[in-house]
Design a protein around this ligand. Structure first.
Ligand code: UN1
Length: 479
């Protein structure tokens, strides 16, 4: 019997039954059984967070620092075990799983430090004898809704700043991958978090998420997920006059210019397009290549793609783990068929792969001869599928790169300082990558996009304060 992992509501672990969390590398393997919260339980969690907020918002900075720091240390000490759990529930390879767990530890460490650096501004008023103080205060109850593709890093980069700045939290992890979030909630509680400050409500978006959206007691929602759900978060939040922050899709370009170092270009594109099974909103799915390097680059990228080892996430030689579930696999396969119908040439992959265990294995698919009007170049697929688009020169490459509804991350591979500098300034993306992959970001600097990719303040680094706090301006006279 697999033990039931329960929800955490007002300091109590609650739940009588749950659903199985299945390993996409081996669908016969149950990773664990996880409770699903009801509407009533979600309401109780929100009420608990509301009740816990006044005391927590006034807690000492040393208490908050110590809890976040201890959490970071335990996550790091258990990175092998938690990395395996993550790889088993989500399907990314073990090195990617351990890397993501390490990132979560670093994020808690960063925000443990930020607690000690909370500061405001003091300045003179225009009125003699009066001074002005500008401080940041916590918002209240933060609702956190996270996606399945980064089961520990994204919960960490929302929970850590929320708590550091003195907010209480209700978190709903993705129904597909509750295990990693359950583990960090357990660690935070044992690190000394007072009851009610952090509440975990695993379960379905239509039940748990919807109850959160409808609650007048949630002061801010931080969401990462699909564009369609993001729009619902926005509409419901405006209704309640609440703050919201959305990270949604991407259709990230990588531009490869004639003067690129071929090896850097191939590695950068293979990594951006296919690693983590392409299941990153920062993945690059449009590869925009100028004509002078096009054929040599395509030959080298085809070779690299063909040789990518797809298999069980925990196997030593695996480079690309399985797709997360049957729905996502169907979406990937549908888009591969759409690409062919649209007239792009499927040069490598796109077929299901067998392994010793039954899982959702897919050989990364590379299209060439695509154009930017095709659906495979406009819609987010969220799988290991990329399309090469041939262009004449840098100017056309930049125009094609920017011709998209999204604007999260954009890469360029070039040895030209002139073009790199121009691209950095003129790309309509929130993050620009010069000679580095579009995916795989640092934990201490702002993360976020433009256009249809994001809404609201940036996440991560010191910029996280923009969302998780509210500014107060005080005028003080000695009287
Ligand atoms: C990364 O590329 O390192 O869901 C992070 C996503 C992003 C996170 C990407 N929010 O893919």
């Amino acid at each position: 019997m697999t033990a039931l992992h329960k929800n955490l509501i007002d300091g109590e672990w609650v739940g009588a039954d749950g659903v199985e969390n299945i390993n996409p590398s081996n669908i016969d393997e149950v990773v664990g059984v996880y409770a699903r919260a009801s509407v009533e339980q979600t309401k109780q969690a929100i009420a608990a967070a509301k009740a816990a907020f006044p005391a927590w918002s006034r807690s000492g900075i040393l208490e908050r620092h110590a809890i976040l720091s201890k959490t970071s240390q335990e996550i790091l000490a258990r990175k092998q075990e938690l990395g395996e759990l993550l790889s088993r529930e989500e399907g990314k390879t073990l090195p990617e799983g351990i890397g993501e767990v390490t990132r979560a530890a670093q994020i808690f460490d960063f925000f443990a430090g930020e607690v000690l650096r909370l500061a405001g501004e003091a300045l003179p008023s225009v009125r003699p004898g009066v001074s002005v103080e500008i401080t940041r205060e916590p918002l209240g109850v933060i609702g956190i809704i996270t996606p399945w593709n980064f089961p520990i890093a994204i919960p960490a980069w929302k929970i850590a700043p929320a708590l550091a700045y003195g907010n209480s939290v209700v978190i709903k992890p993705a129904d597909l991958v509750p295990g990693s979030t359950w583990a960090i909630v357990d660690i935070l509680v044992r690190a000394g978090l007072p009851k009610g400050v952090l509440n975990l409500v695993m379960g379905k978006g239509s039940v748990v998420g919807q109850t959160m959206l409808e609650s007048p007691d949630i002061a801010g929602i931080s969401f990462t997920g699909s564009v369609s759900t993001g729009k619902r978060v926005a509409a419901a939040s405006i209704e309640h006059g609440r703050k919201f922050q959305l990270e949604m899709g991407g259709k990230n370009p990588t531009v490869v210019l004639d003067d690129a170092d071929l090896k850097v270009a191939v590695e950068s594109v293979a990594q951006s397009a296919f690693f983590s099974t392409g299941q990153r909103c920062t993945a690059s799915s449009r590869v925009i290549v100028t004509e002078g390097i096009h054929d040599a680059f395509v030959d080298a990228l085809c070779e690299r793609t063909r040789n990518l080892r797809v298999g069980h996430a925990l196997e030593k030689d695996t480079e690309i783990g399985p797709v997360v579930d049957p729905n996502q696999l169907k979406q990937d396969m549908d888009y591969i068929a759409i690409g062919r119908d649209e007239g792009a040439e499927l040069r490598v992959g796109g077929n299901r792969v067998n392994a010793e265990t039954e899982g959702y294995f897919l050989q990364p698919a590379l299209f060439t001869g695509a154009n930017n009007q095709m659906r495979i170049a406009r819609e987010e697929i969220f799988g290991p599928v990329a399309a090469v688009i041939k262009v004449k020169d840098y100017e056309e490459a930049l125009a094609v790169a920017n011709d998209t509804d999204f604007g999260l991350s954009a890469g360029i591979v070039t040895t030209s300082l002139k073009h790199a500098t121009h691209f950095k300034r003129n790309s309509e993306a929130g993050m620009v990558m010069v000679n580095v992959p579009t995916a795989g970001v640092d934990f201490h600097v702002p993360f976020g996009g433009r256009k249809g990719s994001s809404y609201g303040p940036r996440e991560q680094g010191r910029y996280a304060a923009e969302f998780f706090t509210i500014v107060k301006t005080a005028y003080i006279s000695a009287g």
